[in-house]
Design a protein. Structure first.
Length: 220
């Protein structure tokens, strides 16, 4: 790319260079700034995006289907008060390391860390459930009680984060789980039909801010 009025390098030099790079695409832009972060930067960003992705997305987020898993330490405030700041911080370090180890083992991706809880995502709901079971077992070894919630749906990918109603539903499902429980939405249950994963019906629930009733199931 070269601005035709470039006051430092003549545009002819840019054409000369592009002619000698196999497979190059030459783009002339209006303006006289040499620095790419000066002048009309939006046009430059659009050209780069189209060259790398084949289209100009206009900032629209990518949507993917993912299984989101929320984990939360049960009674974290009371536990922190009982242990004291230093001991609680040490326990959280072990908690975080163990969860991350299980995520690597089962192909999960860490999306966010809230100190005493995680938001993670998986391509497969069965893998998410298997990971959730392993996480619960690992936490029991260090005396930490978790609640875990899972939901599968379309999410917006914004940088390294996931956004959208599916993420909110996952968080609400987790809030309904009891200590030591893995709670999933009907969607997750239906997607793993035919597997050896067993569920117990936990009835219909209202999820705060989410329209309708939602049937939830506990992983046995």
């Amino acid at each position: 790319m070269h601005r035709v009025g470039d006051r430092i390098n003549q545009v002819a030099l840019g054409r000369f260079l592009a002619d000698r790079i196999p497979g190059a695409r030459w783009v002339e832009l209006p303006g006289d700034d040499f620095l790419f972060w000066a002048g009309d930067t939006d046009t430059i960003a659009d050209e780069v995006e189209e060259f790398l992705t084949g289209r100009r997305g206009g900032g629209e987020p990518t949507r993917v289907v993912a299984t989101v898993m929320f984990t939360d330490v049960v009674g974290s405030t009371e536990r922190a008060r009982a242990l004291g700041d230093r001991a609680w911080a040490d326990l959280l370090e072990v908690h975080n390391a163990r969860i991350r180890a299980e995520l690597r083992r089962f192909g999960g991706r860490e999306i966010d860390d809230a100190g005493d809880g995680f938001l993670t995502s998986f391509d497969s709901p069965a893998s998410a459930i298997t990971c959730a079971r392993a996480v619960l077992m690992s936490m029991r070894e260090i005396g930490v009680d978790l609640r875990i919630g899972l939901h599968t749906g379309e999410c917006d990918v914004v940088g390294h984060k996931l956004r959208g109603i599916a993420v909110h539903i996952g968080a609400r499902v987790a809030s309904k789980a009891g200590g030591g429980e893995i709670l999933v939405s009907q969607t997750v249950k239906d997607l793993v039909a035919g597997s050896e994963i067993a569920f117990q019906d936990r009835g219909s629930h209202e999820l705060k801010g989410i329209p309708g009733d939602w049937r939830l199931y506990s992983v046995v």
